[in-house]
Design a protein around this ligand. Structure first.
Ligand code: URP
Ligand code: ZN
Ligand code: ZN
Ligand code: ZN
Length: 480
């Protein structure tokens, strides 16, 4: 038989196309798309159901070593399992350098954490926390060439943050090497100052996390990051954008013709700062940075997904258990807000939430859904067209959707190792019926069928969207 698997009667949606077809899979790749393409060893009848590319979750944290005594609940086994059950077939977590560590050592360590464990394919972003001369001159150019072609820069968090000069050095390397730079944009000194004021006043509960990180600290850092990228004349991507003020900065830069990309996350669509105000320590469950804002800002984020301001919707899955000594309560069940690990889980719920409340509620169309959850991430991080679309030659990573059956998100039904979901109780009208990773069924009718070690490490190409267009600052250095 010519195909390993044939998917019959698919209603296929990609970022650009919509058609009815059968899909023939051979050797883990899509080998044919057409009408009546003939038998396979296995057949899956999609029965006219919607079929989309598997999700590319380009911002998640798995088994990332923490500097503060906390520990992430999800490793590559449970994290990729959870992703697969929610329709995501590629994850890009972070190989994080700690200060004093070489970047290569961070990557080697991270490969050891991933090898043989992942159920779906994965690539690595880098986090550069210590941009030494050897990192800038040797390690980064080599790692970019070897397939880690994106790195994240932090403007906040004491153990990660870089100053403007260091960010400029890294932007210059990105320009030279063709890498994509992601920026966590919050003003560290403003946050430190506000935090000190609040702790001195005895305002220590989880809710004050949001008050220590108001929108203006995000707006200022976003503006500054964009200005630094304009000066270095290189594209930049602002991650986990939370609300109107940062959106306005990005929008203005895009209007000037700068290549500024934007990412947002479900927490900024479905949570507000009020979630941090729950009884006792419960608010810690929704502590992430930047914090969720208010309803009006949720609407601004929805609009940005629809109108092209944002290219990416990622989970920023940062899995800390609520109970136990390693997660949210690593420093006690009454820790002040500044000592609570930041981040929330969301790998499994990202795609169903956006399909349900984005597409089915009429806020975005199906092609924008695919672009935001898969295609753009593959393009922006150098994995396209192997990932992020359904085309002949692409990996057979796809989701067959069940759009009929309303359900309520319950953590007990999720597959991560975190003991809560911030989306508990939210209704969704969509969930993957089947997820395929390189032609292999990893999720079907409510059962996880994935296998540790099926997932492969992906080398990312130099992304086309990182290419310099020369629209930034043009000083005498550039004329030489
Ligand atoms: O609070 C968050 N977002 N934690 C995850 C780490 C990061 O900055 O993305
Ligand atoms: Zn961040
Ligand atoms: Zn993150
Ligand atoms: Zn809705």
């Amino acid at each position: 038989t010519p195909f390993d698997t044939v998917i019959l009667n698919a209603d296929v949606a990609t970022a650009s196309d919509r058609y009815r077809a059968d899909i023939g899979i051979r050797g883990g790749c899509i080998a044919a798309i057409g009408a009546g393409i003939g038998p396979g060893r296995e057949t899956i009848d999609a029965r006219g159901r919607l079929v989309t590319p598997g999700g590319v979750d380009a911002h998640c944290h798995l088994d990332q070593p923490m500097g503060d005594g906390s520990r992430m609940a999800d490793d590559f086994i449970t994290g990729t399992r959870s992703a697969a059950c929610g329709g995501t077939t590629t994850v890009i977590p972070f190989a994080a350098q700690s200060r004093g560590q070489s970047l290569q050592a961070a990557v080697d360590d991270y490969h050891r954490r991933a090898d043989g464990k992942a159920a779906i394919d994965y690539a690595f972003h880098l986090i550069v926390a210590d941009p030494t001369p050897s990192v800038l001159r040797e390690e980064l150019p080599r790692l970019v060439a070897e397939g880690c072609s994106s790195f994240k820069v932090y403007m906040t968090y004491d153990d990660l943050k870089l100053n403007d000069r260091q960010v400029l050095d890294l932007l210059a390397v990105a320009r030279r090497e063709g890498a994509m730079v992601m920026v966590h944009a919050e003003n560290a000194d403003c946050i430190a100052w506000l935090t000190e004021q609040m702790l001195d006043a005895g305002l220590t509960a989880p809710r004050y996390h949001a008050h220590a990180r108001p929108m203006l600290v995000e707006r200022e850092a976003t503006h500054r990051a964009i200005a630094l990228a304009e000066l270095a004349d290189v594209p930049i991507l602002i991650v986990h954008v939370s609300g109107r003020e940062a959106v306005e900065q990005i929008r203005q830069a895009q209007g000037m013709g700068l290549k500024v990309y934007g990412e947002t996350c479900p927490q900024y669509l479905f949570l507000t700062a009020e979630h941090l105000e729950q009884e006792g320590f419960e608010g810690a469950k929704c502590i992430c940075s930047p914090p969720p804002r208010d309803r009006a800002n949720q609407e601004v984020i929805w609009r940005g997904l629809d109108n092209g301001t944002f290219q990416l919707l990622s989970s920023d899955h940062a899995p800390f258990a609520f109970a136990g000594p390693h997660g949210k309560q690593a420093h006690g069940g009454d820790a002040s807000f500044d000592r609570i690990p930041n981040g929330i889980p969301g790998l499994e719920t990202r795609m169903p939430l956006l399909m349900s409340h984005g597409v089915m509620d009429g806020r975005i169309d199906i092609h924008q859904f695919v672009a935001l959850t898969a295609t753009n991430a593959a393009r922006i991080y150098g994995l396209f067209p192997r990932k992020g679309t359904l085309a002949i030659g692409s990996d057979a990573d796809l989701v067959i959707w069940d759009l009929g059956q309303p359900r309520t998100i319950r953590n007990e039904q999720l597959h991560h190792a975190v003991d809560y979901t911030p989306y508990e109780g939210i209704e969704v009208k969509a969930w993957p019926a089947v997820t395929l990773s390189r032609g292999v069924v990893v999720w079907q009718d409510g059962r996880y069928l994935g296998r540790e070690g099926h997932g492969q490490f992906l080398r990312c190409d130099r992304p086309a969207p990182a290419q310099v267009r020369g629209r930034g600052y043009r000083g005498p250095l550039w004329q030489a």
